[in-house]
Design a protein around this ligand. Structure first.
Ligand code: SF4
Ligand code: SF4
Length: 284
């Protein structure tokens, strides 16, 4: 740590109005990634609990989807490494003491946690709320998944675990190696540093999100083999939960031929549909 920064942090030690570690869980000196200093003012960059207001009622502990709120050493703390900045603990207004605080601006790359986890925030690249993808369910309007192709989505992190972006990096590298085409407007695409390898930006790999969805297409004749290889890869290589979904446009009789093929090959697909009302533009 530069000595000027150390000197500055020492000088504001213990001051609630200035000390970025005031009320935070980790020992001073270890958590410098949780603050930024702008114009010599420390600025918190994470969700946190004001332990002067907190009455330790424990009501907030069960509401966190990734169990990042913890009772430790007679304090209630948010584990900054586990917190995905989803905002649930604040939005539910569970804390009568108003002790749960969220900073106004979360800097990059931590901002990606909020972008992929908070359903009330617009994704900056797609303009879609939440994880930033309209997903397959809007295909009647978007026509991203076209005839002759099978569309895929790999969702990481749900339910209940969340996922580091390093896990997403494994998936984007693997499917790039398998020669897929990423779906247009998928919010994962701007995170890819090298489209030839599928490697994500190195500075984001440690960030944790509630869920991230990679969407892509392959020609129909290649789809069964891709499913076999990809499911084996997801089973063996990932350190979180994953859901693999496929989409095919129905034929003129409303049937999915690929669904029948999947069953013939011993897969057990769970067909489902989801209809979003009000997506179409009004007639003019
Ligand atoms: S709900 Fe509020 S007062 Fe209760 S433990 Fe959580 S932060 Fe503290
Ligand atoms: S913002 Fe979300 S992940 Fe972070 S402590 Fe609150 S509920 Fe948990």
């Amino acid at each position: 740590m530069p000595w000027r920064r150390w000197l500055f942090l020492e000088s504001i030690k213990g001051r609630k109005d200035l000390d970025p570690f005031y009320g935070l869980e980790s020992p001073r000196g270890l958590n410098f990634q949780i603050i930024e200093i702008f114009n010599h003012q420390p600025v918190r960059i994470i969700m946190y609990i004001d332990n002067e207001l907190c009455q330790k009622c424990l009501d907030c502990l069960p509401v966190c989807p990734v169990a990042a709120i913890k009772a430790r050493n007679h304090r209630i703390e948010i584990d900054y490494d586990e917190c995905v900045e989803c905002g649930v603990c604040r939005r539910l207004r569970i804390c009568k003491e108003k002790a749960i605080m969220q900073v106004k601006e979360i800097p990059y790359p931590r901002l990606l946690r909020q972008v992929f986890s908070d359903p009330t925030k617009n994704h900056p690249t797609t303009g879609v709320l939440g994880r930033g993808t309209e997903e397959m369910k809007t295909n009647d309007i978007t026509n991203i998944f076209t005839k002759g192709y099978i569309g895929f989505s790999v969702e990481l992190g749900r339910p209940g675990l969340g996922a580091r972006l390093s896990e997403l990096d494994k998936v984007t590298r693997k499917v790039t190696e398998m020669g897929v085409v990423f779906a247009k407007d998928n919010p994962v695409i701007p995170l890819i540093q090298d489209m030839k390898t599928g490697a994500l930006l190195p500075e984001i790999l440690g960030e944790k999100v509630l869920s991230a969805i990679a969407e892509f297409l392959v020609e129909e004749p290649r789809a069964l083999n891709l499913i076999r290889e990809l499911t084996a890869f997801l089973d063996s290589e990932l350190d979180t939960v994953a859901t693999l979904s496929v989409i095919e446009r129905a034929d003129e009789n409303g049937r999915s031929v690929f669904y029948e093929k999947l069953k013939d090959q011993g897969f057990h697909p769970y067909p489902n549909g989801k209809v979003n009302i009000g997506l179409a533009k009004g007639a003019s």
